[in-house]
Structures are given as C-alpha cells and as structure tokens.
Design a protein around this ligand. Structure first.
Ligand code: SAH
Length: 368
C-alpha cells in the first residue's frame, strides 16, 4: 500500500511504479481533478497551450496482420482499398492550404515491394505539393531497417508504432500466436527507428480485456526507459466481427459504465504520462471521442498537445473503421478542421498553425 496522498505524489519529480499505480487507481472526483490540473500545469511549463494538427491520411486498409481487436484485420470482410497518389496529392494540398503543419500517413500493414514503393511516392508527393513545408509522421507498422531508413531519407521524420501493451501475456491474448505478431519484434522496430533518427512515438490501448493498472504502469515505465518522444494512445473499443468482441461483451466491456471507466482511465494515462515524461508530445486521439463526445477536449485538458484531424477523403472513411462508432465518418476535412478548432479553443488552448510542433523531448535528447 502507498501511504502517501495524491498531492505529495504529484509534487514529486520522479515516480515509482507504486506511485503510478496509485494515480491510475484514483477514484474520488477531487483527486482526479488534482491529477488533471497538475498535468495541464506541466504541459504549460514544458510545452505551451499550443495544440498541433497532424492531418490524418488513412490511405489503405489492406493488412497482412490479424490482430484480434482490429476492424481491418486480414480476416475481416471489409471492402479493401488503396488510394491513388493523386488522392494523396489532393489531401496533402488541402492540409498545406489550410495551414496544417504536418500530416500523418497511416494504413493497414503490408511489407511487399508495391506497398513500399507506394509509400515512397506518397512521402515524395507530400513534400512536393508543400515545397517541403509539411512535416510527415508515418504510422505504417513493422518494417525492415532499410525500409525505415529509406522513408527517413525521403524526409519523413516522425514514426508512430504503438506497442499496444508491454505485457507479454496480454499481448499474446490479443494477437495470433505467430511470428508476424511478436512483441519483441515491435520493440526491435522502435529501437531501429530511434537509431535512424526519427522522432519515435508509441502507445497502448487502454482498458483491454484482463488489463490491469499494474500493467499500464509498466507501460508508462517502458515509455520512459525507451526514451520515447511521442505518445499516441486511447481506449480499447469493441469492434464487431473481431475475435475480441465476444470476449469483451462477456466481460461487460460494452456497458455505459465500462465505457466511462475506459475513457477516464485513458485520460488518467495521458495525465500521468505528461507528469512523468513531461516534455513529450501526446495525442488526444479520435478513439477518445468515440467513447465520449468531449473526449478530445478532455484529453487536451489532461495534458495532451497533439490532435490528428482526419483528412481522409470521405469516400474511403467507412472502410477504415478499426473499431465501432468511429466518429467523423460522414465529415469532410473542412468539417473536421472547424470542429477541432472549436474544441481546442473551448479549453483555452490555441492551434499552432503552419508549425511542425516537434517533440521538445526529441530536441533535448539530440542536444545531449
Ligand atoms: N498498421 C499500423 C497502423 C495500425 S492502426 C501499425 O501497426 O502501426 C493504429 C492503431 O489503432 C493501432 O496501433 C491500435 O492501437 C489502434 N486500434 C486498432 N483497433 C482498435 C480497437 N478496436 N480499439 C482501439 N484502438 C484500436
């Protein structure tokens, strides 16, 4: 048992696993409020009240992986699509004209030559239409060192690869048990990305079946140990027709109460990551909004500083549903811009237009 109280812990400069579990388990409104206030304070101290946009381009849902929770897993029967480079050009031109500092390229995972070549062209196109101005974050899964290097050479400079969970047993329970779905390979990928010189982001799903706050505390300590620059994480959301759906239903994870718990736990994770890791970029993800209409605003208030407005062309959105009730499916990029801008302003933050908004942690670690 931790004999300290919440204020004592929040004023520490370093945190033990026990402290982190204590904060994750906070239950009184008053204590949780103190946690979020502290996290927002740390955000202002180490970053600012600027939120940066990464226009999210979800360019393909073909996937070689069969993750048990994901709506576009290999075995799911969604209609598959791959955009054209012309589509990439349209979306990135829109992002550039609308003063977004960066875009994120995300897709299902593939490692074949055609996919790598398509991604090469997409990165080049984004740089071309913006005269090199748009920053690029990639979220294209596990690739070889050489492929990561090639994309870096083409000037993609950030990479987001969620570890999903650092608990070996939990990892195995949400993925097929084969070499394509290996926790240690994912960790090796993060190491390669860092060695190449990317700003490296990772993250986990929060509220997975049988996940404990003890495991989540280990995840945060992993982010620290790996000296991670960026974090993208959000609540686990049920996705119909996936193997994890039935298990989640049987555990009651679809109830209003359970969803509330996962949203709150996700916000606590953001706040604790801000307090423990201080100067990293942290995204308030779309998944937060899927469970709570005000989820992303609450994320900013709990210490997040990055938003990923979806700029995927509307005709592709319904086929890129990783989970159920994904918001913004009927919106256009214009809607998403107006909507997210008002969300940012409503919490007293401002948008850092035309700026990359790189992770201060990355800059510091490169000065050392
Ligand atoms: N293929 C890429 C992109 C994956 S999609 C890669 O491997 O990095 C991006 C993220 O969506 C995943 O890392 C996962 O954390 C999240 N995701 C997928 N299904 C989800 C679900 N049912 N609930 C919540 N998040 C989910």
């Amino acid at each position: 048992m931790n004999n300290k109280n919440v204020s004592t812990i929040l004023n520490q400069s370093t945190f033990s696993k026990e402290d982190i579990v204590f904060l994750l388990d906070l239950s009184s409104d008053n204590d949780i409020d103190l946690l979020f206030k502290k996290a927002y304070e740390v955000k202002l101290q180490h970053l600012s009240n600027k939120a940066y946009f990464r226009g999210l381009i979800e360019f393909s849902n073909y996937c070689i992986k069969d993750c048990l929770y994901c709506g576009i897993r290999k075995s799911s029967e969604v209609k598959r699509f791959l955009m054209s480079i012309n589509d990439i050009s349209k979306m990135s031109t829109w992002a550039f004209n609308n003063n977004y500092g960066s875009v994120t390229l995300q897709s299902g995972e593939r490692t074949d030559k055609d996919f790598i070549e398509f991604s090469n062209q997409a990165i080049k196109e984004i740089k071309k239409v913006s005269n090199d101005a748009l920053g690029i974050t990639l979220c294209l899964g596990e690739q070889s060192y050489d492929v990561y290097q090639k994309w870096f050479d083409l000037k993609a400079h950030r990479y987001l690869l969620r570890i999903e969970t650092t608990n070996e047993q939990l990892y195995k329970s949400i993925h097929p048990n084969d070499s394509l779905h290996s926790l240690s390979n994912r960790i090796d990928c993060l190491k390669s990305l860092k060695k190449i010189g990317y700003q490296v982001g990772t993250g986990v799903m929060i509220g997975l079946p049988n996940q404990t706050t003890d495991m989540l505390a280990d995840d945060i300590l992993f982010f620290k140990k790996m000296d991670i620059d960026m974090i993208g994480m959000g609540p686990f959301i049920l996705s119909k027709d996936t193997p994890l759906y039935d298990k989640a239903i049987s555990l009651g994870l679809d109830s209003t109460e359970a969803k509330k718990y996962r949203t709150l736990l996700s916000l606590k994770m953001i706040a604790i990551c801000r307090i423990v890791l201080k100067d990293v970029n942290i995204a308030a993800t779309t998944a937060l909004q899927a469970l709570d209409p005000l989820g992303r605003e609450k994320g900013l208030k709990a210490g997040a500083n990055i938003l990923m407005p979806i700029i995927t062309l509307p005709k592709f959105r319904k086929d890129y549903q990783l989970y159920d009730d994904k918001p913004c499916l009927d919106d256009t990029a214009d809607h998403c811009k107006v909507c997210l801008s008002s969300r940012v302003h409503s919490v007293g933050d401002v948008i850092g237009f035309n700026k990359w908004g790189d992770s201060p942690h990355f800059k510091k670690r490169n000065l050392l």
